[in-house]
Design a protein around this ligand. Structure first.
Ligand SMILES: Cc1ncc(COP(=O)(O)O)c(C=O)c1O
Length: 385
């Protein structure tokens, strides 16, 4: 049975061969830590890390490569910015389709710091009217945080419009680009945001365990690090250095991950974000049209392909999404993700909580044949009921 991977919103698979090759090359040919020694191998490692940082700065249009901070994941980056920025009593605006990587740390902080957390209510298709931001913004709002796209429906949120609304205010602005980096335009300068959090293992085609964020100069100054320790710089000082990127990068770095991400980002830059996004959108559009021909399938999210990523959530009346995912895997070799997708608020917004939905997501390496075979499987399943 041919395997069809349709869970790219979770992680990319298969990755470009250059990713594993870059990781192996680092481990075999360099192998040492960057910034910790003056010998050649350490300098080679430092060059590799700098190259990767520069490539990410190019991709995200950050003014200085040092504004790109490496972290283990977007989850870590979001924790860093929430815990490093927010103080007692702060007012925070957050969309109603955020991932648990925002919802959970924010919920704990809300209790500990008596935060005033307000939701920007998304529409039932999970799109968001930027007027919501205008309406709920207060002079005292400390942070607005938006995911660029819902990981449940693929709906793109108005992150650029929100940047315009917030420009010139004292409010900090964070964008979670987990679902869009590598296939949508994610432009740090044009977003006018303070934090752009990303993960390496989805659209950037890198390995798991590496991610990061771009940070504005004003946010870098005020945000406390989540972890302190050795940086290989200013070792005589008792306190963490205050400059970028060392303020937020303590301990020996995940250089194999950074090497793999470097290769993934190079693939993205070579192919072009626009072309990668278009290819996925074409598949999604064909899939959406095919789904509309199958009776009994309900599709969630915006209907306009330009308003979504390559992620589609569906349900089949009378069928549990977990059972459906299991059948697709066992009988057809089709890999999907069912349930709440770590985003219970997104499902409350859609009206699919607590049952959840079945999510299909396309990505690097997805083909027209994948779409054809998934549609045929769904037709067979729905007719057999
Ligand atoms: C919107 C969004 N934010 C955050 C995350 C967390 O990503 P990671 O597990 O790489 O930290 C995900 C992953 O599914 C996501 O889709």
């Amino acid at each position: 049975m041919r395997e069809i991977y349709a869970d790219h919103a979770a992680t990319t698979f298969p990755r470009p061969p250059a990713v594993a090759a870059a990781m192996t090359a680092y481990l075999n040919n360099i192998g040492c830590s960057p910034g910790r020694g003056g010998y050649k191998r350490s300098l080679d490692a430092a060059r590799l890390v700098y190259e990767s940082r520069s490539r990410l700065a190019e991709l995200f249009n950050a003014a200085r490569p040092e504004q790109v901070i490496f972290t283990p994941s977007v989850t870590y980056s979001l924790n860093l910015l929430l815990k490093g920025l927010l103080r007692t009593g702060d007012h925070v605006l957050v969309s109603s389709v955020e991932h648990n990587s925002v919802v959970r740390p924010l919920s704990r902080l809300a209790g500990e710091l008596e935060l005033q957390v307000e939701f920007l209510q998304c529409n039932p298709d999970s799109s968001l009217d930027p007027l919501q931001v205008k309406k709920k913004l207060r002079p005292s709002t400390r942070l607005v945080i938006l995911t660029h796209a819902s990981n449940v429906t693929g709906a793109l949120l108005p992150v650029y419009e929100t940047g315009e609304i917030l420009a010139g205010t004292d409010t900090f602005y964070a964008v979670d680009a987990a679902q869009t980096a590598g296939s949508e335009e994610v432009d740090f300068a044009a977003l006018r945001c303070d934090y752009l959090a990303f993960t390496g293992h989805k659209g950037l085609l890198g390995p798991p365990g590496i991610g990061g964020m771009c940070i504005s100069e004003r946010a870098a100054e005020i945000t406390e690090p989540l972890v302190e320790g050795g940086t290989g710089s200013r070792s005589e000082q008792e306190r963490q250095p205050g400059f970028l990127p060392d303020k937020f990068e303590s301990g020996t770095q995940n250089v194999p991950g950074i090497a793999g991400l470097n290769a993934g980002v190079l693939t993205v830059l070579d192919a072009g974000t626009e072309a990668l996004g278009r290819q996925k959108r074409e598949l999604t559009e064909r899939f959406r049209q095919g789904l509309a021909q199958i009776p009994g399938i309900k599709v969630y999210g915006p209907t306009d392909a330009a308003a979504t990523t390559a992620t589609i959530s569906v349900s089949i009346e009378g069928m549990d999404s977990g059972d459906l995912s299991f059948i697709l895997d066992q009988a057809y070799g089709i890999m999907t993700r069912s349930g709440l997708h770590c985003a219970p608020y997104a499902h409350r917004t859609l009206g699919t909580f607590p049952a959840g939905t079945l999510r299909f997501s396309f990505g690097y390496g997805s083909t027209q044949l994948d779409v054809t075979e998934i549609l045929a499987a769904l037709k067979e399943i729905t007719t057999a009921r």
